[in-house]
Design a protein around this ligand. Structure first.
Ligand SMILES: CC(C)(COP(=O)(O)OP(=O)(O)OC[C@H]1O[C@@H](n2cnc3c(N)ncnc32)[C@H](O)[C@@H]1OP(=O)(O)O)[C@@H](O)C(=O)NCCC(=O)NCCS
Length: 195
């Protein structure tokens, strides 16, 4: 755990849902697998700072979300280029450089988000548990951390996929940004209570 993560280690947040879960057909990524019984609701999700040992599991969540969720909005070459940037080793380095959080259900990592100065980065939720409020919980922890550090506003580069998600959290689109044929939307949110 790096110093920044240590500073907020007591700040875990939990939430319980009631609803119906789809059973996810898993194969190799054991960290993401739940048996039918384990997926019975309600479930408790915990947000905590990432540890170096989480790197492989975080990488697996990101890769799966990219290939199953973002793939609907971006060509395969773009997805695979981004996938290469989130290998377990690359994620391990990021954990040392940024404030990285993970969302866990029954101790298994199902989501991640990070704060790099005033920039929100790498927000991903595993496809089989999306649309259950986990992304919102992760962003609440990012916002809480930013406010604690007196950061006046947050910026991010949203995927096409997530623009509506961030807009729902009060982020406003400022401009488009292109990295080759990867379009992202630069978005901002003031933290002074005005948005
Ligand atoms: C974007 C993402 C992180 C959202 O996580 P999530 O756990 O599915 O989101 P939540 O369940 O917390 O949703 C919160 C709200 O946003 C809405 N929302 C979430 N994803 C959405 C989407 N793709 N399009 C439209 N609305 C969306 C939900 O309906 C919900 O609305 P409500 O509060 O009115 O009910 C997740 O879908 C994901 O991993 N996407 C792929 C990776 C990605 O693009 N990440 C962003 C990189 S910049």
């Amino acid at each position: 755990m790096n110093a920044r993560n240590q500073a907020s280690s007591a700040a875990g947040d939990t939430k319980t849902w009631r609803g119906t879960a789809a059973v996810w057909d898993c194969n190799s990524e054991r960290s993401l697998c739940f048996s039918r019984r384990e997926l019975e609701w309600p479930m408790e999700c915990t947000i905590r700072p990432a540890l170096e040992d989480d790197a492989a599991h975080i990488s697996a969540v990101i890769v799966r979300a990219l290939r199953e969720t973002n793939a609907k909005d971006y060509p395969n070459e773009v997805i695979e280029r981004i996938v290469r940037g989130f290998s377990p080793d690359a994620v391990r380095q990021l954990i040392g450089q940024r404030t990285v959080f993970v969302a866990t259900i029954r101790s298994r990592i199902v989501g991640t988000a990070s704060l790099d100065g005033s920039v929100v980065r790498t927000v991903f939720v595993a496809p089989h548990v999306q649309a259950r409020g986990i992304g919102k919980l992760l962003m609440a922890e990012i916002e809480r951390t930013a406010r604690e550090r007196n950061i006046p506003s947050l910026t991010l580069s949203s995927s096409i996929t997530a623009e509506t998600f961030y807009a729902g959290l009060g982020f406003r689109a400022a401009r488009d940004s292109y990295h080759g044929d990867e379009r992202t939307i630069v978005m901002e949110r003031l933290l002074d209570g005005s948005s």
